[in-house]
Design a protein around this ligand. Structure first.
Ligand code: ZN
Ligand code: MN
Length: 490
């Protein structure tokens, strides 16, 4: 029997908080600033004698995240110095948190959360290629530049417990789901833009595999995961790499190290052997006060004022609207669309109409948006459209056409679907007389289809319905048309 391998994953996620100012100074926190070294001051440039001051808003934001994931907010918390040398860390240490993080415990998706703490982001090192050289003709690049705009931006770090999965696929998917869910929470709380492509949210994964559930394998840390797709692919790649080494009897080649993810080659690669936390010589930051969070903040008030979070919203949409999970995810991932849809639902009469409406949003509107410039129609007009189609006053084909008209971005008028349908003569007639005439004509012209139907081929009838729909430019009601045909062919 083939051996079963259990991948174990622990995640470390860093997210830049979108405060107005940096973590320990009054410099602007502007991730979009393109000019280097403009949002800087003696504190974030580490000039001797400059003293840090805590940004209270950043702490409040981490408290919100802690509450959102059911973590415990520490009573006592403090900052520590994490010592290491690198050009992007001008003080020679990063102000971080070690023994007393702001949040301990919590849960999200498939992972238990160990802690959430606050630290400062580093500067940005840039290594210009020769073609990006900026000092004239003799400049062949090959040097490094440091941009301190990012130095000192508040950075939240969330660490999960190691979680064991049943397969490489599950490990990759479960980890990606966690990262997506955390991003949603950060958005809903309004504490971070968490844009992975811009490096505002960065994922690292600690990965090991084992054939024994009681014993973890050697762990490798994979860094540089800057998209959800990279998270998923890198974890699957690394788990598979480790399994293969073990299978080939080369398990000892798995060493504790930091690996990077090469998005071009779709491979992980060895970067450096991992330092232990002892190497950082953590010690409490003497220039900052210790904090008692339960005294410094009104935690009850913060909790009461938390917005509705994704999980609660999912449950509410399911209960109130009875719509499909897929539809719900469209609204969860795009809260402004969800808010608009909630307004539409308020006007509609019942769950059946709400389901029809949701179909037109998630299939037709989103489909249109993928192909052309559209805007959301007014809530009233969209609800009117759904009324018309659900009461069979217009056919679904006409409804789609009218939706395309009222959603067109260049259409500045906000026209009523009823008015459009009336003017363009698209309303379905309740009078079956006219329909009967057309049906007779089609029956006479299609002897073979009629014979098929009479011979017991039910679906032949749909071919006749289709022809009538074509003849009436979609304004015939399919159900009524079908009935008219059945009566005529008796
Ligand atoms: Zn500064
Ligand atoms: Mn960190």
């Amino acid at each position: 029997m083939e051996k079963k391998y259990y991948p174990t994953i622990g995640l470390e996620i860093h997210a830049e908080l979108s405060t107005n100012t940096k973590m320990f100074c009054g410099c602007k926190n502007d991730p979009d600033e393109e000019k280097p070294n403009v949002n800087v001051c003696p504190v974030c440039m580490a000039h001797p004698g400059a003293l840090p001051v805590i940004n209270k808003k950043a702490i409040e934001n981490v408290i919100k995240v802690g509450l959102a994931v059911d973590g415990k907010i520490a009573d006592f918390t403090e900052f520590d110095r994490k010592n290491y040398f690198y050009p992007d860390i001008p003080k020679g240490y990063q102000i971080s948190q070690y023994k007393f993080p702001i949040v301990s415990g919590g849960h999200l998706a498939d992972f238990d959360i160990t802690r959430v703490h606050l630290e400062e982001d580093t500067a940005n090192n840039k290594h210009p290629e020769p073609e990006q050289a900026r000092y004239g003709a003799g400049d062949r690049g090959g040097y490094s530049l440091v941009d301190f705009n990012r130095a000192g931006i508040p950075l939240m770090e969330l660490v999960t417990e190691a979680t064991t999965f049943q397969s490489d696929e599950e490990a990759a998917k479960g980890s990606t789901k966690f990262a997506k869910e955390l991003q949603l929470i950060l958005w809903y709380l309004g504490v971070s833009e968490a844009n992975m492509e811009k490096g505002e949210m960065r994922v690292e994964a600690n990965i090991s595999v084992s054939t024994d559930l009681k014993k973890l394998g050697t762990k490798v840390e994979v860094k540089n995961l800057n998209s959800f797709r990279s998270v998923e692919r890198a974890i699957k790649y690394e788990v598979d790499r480790m399994i293969k080494l073990v299978e080939e009897g080369k398990g000892s080649e798995i060493v504790q190290e930091t690996r990077g993810w090469d998005d071009g080659k779709q491979k992980t690669f060895s970067q450096r052997k991992k330092e232990g936390s002892a190497d950082y010589r953590y010690f409490p930051e003497p220039d900052l006060p210790k904090m008692k969070l339960h005294e410094a903040f009104d935690l009850e008030k913060i909790e009461k004022e938390l917005p509705e979070l994704p999980q609660a919203k999912r449950a509410r949409y399911k209960k109130d609207f009875g719509i499909k999970d897929e539809d719900i995810e469209s609204y969860i991932n795009e809260p402004s669309l969800g808010a608009w849809f909630e307004e539409v639902a308020k006007i509609l009469k019942n769950k059946d109409q709400i389901k029809i409406a949701s179909n037109y949003v998630t299939t037709d509107f989103i489909g249109l948006r993928a192909k052309s410039e559209v805007k959301l129609p007014s809530v009233g007009n969209f609800a009117e459209l759904i009324n018309l189609v659900s009461e069979n006053k217009i056919s679904s084909r006409v409804a789609k056409d009218i939706l395309a008209m009222i959603a067109k971005k260049t259409n500045s008028k906000d026209e009523s679907p009823m008015k459009i349908a009336t003017e363009k003569n698209l309303l379905q007639s309740s009078d079956t007389g006219a329909l009967k005439e057309i049906a007779k004509k089609i029956i006479d012209a299609s002897p073979k289809v009629v014979a098929d139907y009479k011979g017991g081929k039910e679906q032949a009838l749909m071919s006749l319905v289709g022809q009538i729909m074509k003849e009436t430019k979609g304004s015939a009601n399919p159900a009524v048309t079908k009935q008219v045909l059945i009566d005529l062919l008796k």
